[in-house]
Design a protein around this ligand. Sequence first.
Ligand SMILES: NC(=O)C1=CN([C@@H]2O[C@H](COP(=O)(O)OP(=O)(O)OC[C@H]3O[C@@H](n4cnc5c(N)ncnc54)[C@H](O)[C@@H]3O)[C@@H](O)[C@H]2O)C=CC1
Ligand SMILES: CC(=O)C(C)=O
Length: 259
Amino acid sequence: MSLKGKVALVTGAGQGIGRGIALRLAREGAALSLVDLRQGALDAVAAEVEALGVKVTTAIADVSDRGQVRAAIDHTETALGGFDAIVNNAGIAQVKPLADVEPADLDKILNINVGGVLWGIQAAAARFIERGTKGRIINACSIAGHEAYALLGVYSATKFAVRALTQAAAKEYASHGITVNAYCPGVVGTDMWVDIDARFAELTGAAKGETYKKYVDGIALGRAETADDVAGLVAFLAGDDAAYMTGQSVLIDGGLVYR
Ligand SMILES: NC(=O)C1=CN([C@@H]2O[C@H](COP(=O)(O)OP(=O)(O)OC[C@H]3O[C@@H](n4cnc5c(N)ncnc54)[C@H](O)[C@@H]3O)[C@@H](O)[C@H]2O)C=CC1
Ligand SMILES: CC(=O)C(C)=O
């Protein structure tokens, strides 16, 4: 598929899955607006994107802040001359037994994982409608959005919420030709999983690496997922071949959760 002439904004683009998505969309010809919390990380990914021969810009924004998300979209249009797709990828994990969750924990993860996706949907849809763009909204869900995991209960709840927002937004914006879908990765070897594994070790006494290995051992295709595995699905969702698809939260996990 070609995304030549399209402009895509990716949040959480400074590393991990977001970086992989940015590079893949760039390889398909899209101009990229990279959004994250850390300028150094954004600059490094921007250099990789630029080397692929497409235009790129960066913006610092905390996705839990609605005003900052809107400002990042404004910046994208000004810098790249358009805005066709948003990938609401930024998210955090939290490993805790439900009994130990504090109000501040809940606020933080809801504000980023659910608020960040909601503000991205809201701001992108408003701009697409204003411009008459049949835009694409693509959200980060997870296997944990289809099946909740012990010690990842609140994280799982945020991903169930992303699935709900994806369905509701698809219904609300379909009449404008805007599609809304989500990708649901399994176990991707990013820093997020390094942290999850370390927290499981603290809480359960598992050896370092043991929890990650246990999860990966459950994957039918026999290996951990890469950011590029996820990015291929996101490129499809951003492209013409997905024009008739909306409201779906698609599992891409090598065979781990079956729905
Ligand atoms: N790693 C995995 O196995 C899986 C990850 N996911 C989801 O994929 C998405 C990306 O995950 P990873 O790349 O693994 O995570 P990561 O932790 O490696 O990278 C996340 C990026 O998001 C940025 N970020 C965090 N909070 C932010 C905020 N408030 N505003 C702006 N940027 C922020 C971070 O600075 C970082 O660059 C997340 O939504 C995650 O829940 C879903 C399923 C599996
Ligand atoms: C990080 C994540 O979504 C899982 C369940 O691996």
